[in-house]
Design a protein around this ligand. Structure first.
Ligand code: COA
Length: 157
C-alpha cells in the first residue's frame, strides 16, 4: 500500500536515489540539481512501507503560479498510479494555496529519444497542455527540445 505525504528535509537523499534508479531519464548532474533545489521547494513523497518510491518537487516563484521541477517513480513501481497520486496531492495543495497555473517541462516529441513518450502521455492525461517548445532551453543540450506544459487549476479570466 503506497501513501503520499509531504516531504521533510530528511527525505532529500532518498529522492536522489529515486532519480538514480531511473537511468534512462535522469543524468547524474540532475542529482545535484535536486540536492540544491529540494530544500527551497515543496515536495511530496510516495512511501511504500518505509521506502520512498516516488516524489514530486514543486517550486513556487510567483504568488499564483508554480512549476513541477521533478516527478519520478522507481522503475518497479511505475504505472501503478503512484505518479498520479503525487501530482494530485501537489495540485490539490497548490490550488488550496491560490495557485492557478502549474508548469512542467519535459522532452519534446521532436526528439527521437523514446522513453519520454510515456512521460508526455502522463502529463497530457493529467490535464497538462503543451504551450511551447524551446530548443535549447538553458542548461539543456541543443537538439533536446523542451516541451513546456501548463495545467490550469482555475480560470484566470
Ligand atoms: C512519469 C512518472 C512520474 C509517472 O508516474 P507513474 O506512477 O508511472 O504514473 P501512473 O501510474 O499514475 O500513470 C501512468 C500513465 O502513463 C501511461 N503510460 C505508461 N506508459 C505509456 C506509454 N508507453 N504510452 C502511453 N501511455 C503510457 C499509463 O497507462 C498511465 O496512464 P493513465 O492512468 O492515464 O491511463 C513515472 O512514470 C516516472 O518516473 N517516469 C520516468 C521519469 C519521468 O519521466 N519523470 C517526469 C519528468 S518530466
Amino acid at each position: 500500500m503506497t501513501a503520499v505525504r509531504r516531504a521533510t528535509a530528511e527525505d532529500g537523499e532518498a529522492c536522489v536515489e529515486v532519480l538514480a534508479s531511473l537511468l534512462d531519464y535522469f543524468t547524474p548532474d540532475t542529482h545535484d540539481d535536486l540536492r540544491h533545489q529540494f530544500p527551497t521547494g515543496e515536495a511530496w513523497v510516495a512511501v511504500d512501507g518505509s521506502h520512498i518510491v516516488g516524489f514530486a518537487l514543486v517550486e513556487q516563484r510567483f504568488p499564483t503560479t508554480a512549476e513541477i521541477l521533478f516527478a519520478a517513480v522507481r522503475p518497479g513501481h511505475r504505472n501503478h498510479g503512484i505518479g498520479t497520486l503525487l501530482v494530485d496531492a501537489a495540485l490539490a495543495e497548490l490550488a488550496a494555496a491560490s495557485v492557478v497555473l502549474v508548469e512542467v517541462k519535459t522532452l519534446d516529441a521532436s526528439s527521437s529519444y523514446k522513453p519520454y513518450k510515456a512521460t508526455r502521455a502522463f502529463w497530457e492525461r493529467r490535464g497538462f497542455r503543451q504551450i511551447d517548445c524551446i530548443d535549447p532551453l538553458p542548461g539543456w543540450l541543443p537538439g533536446d527540445a523542451s516541451a513546456v506544459y501548463v495545467a490550469a487549476l482555475e480560470a484566470t479570466r
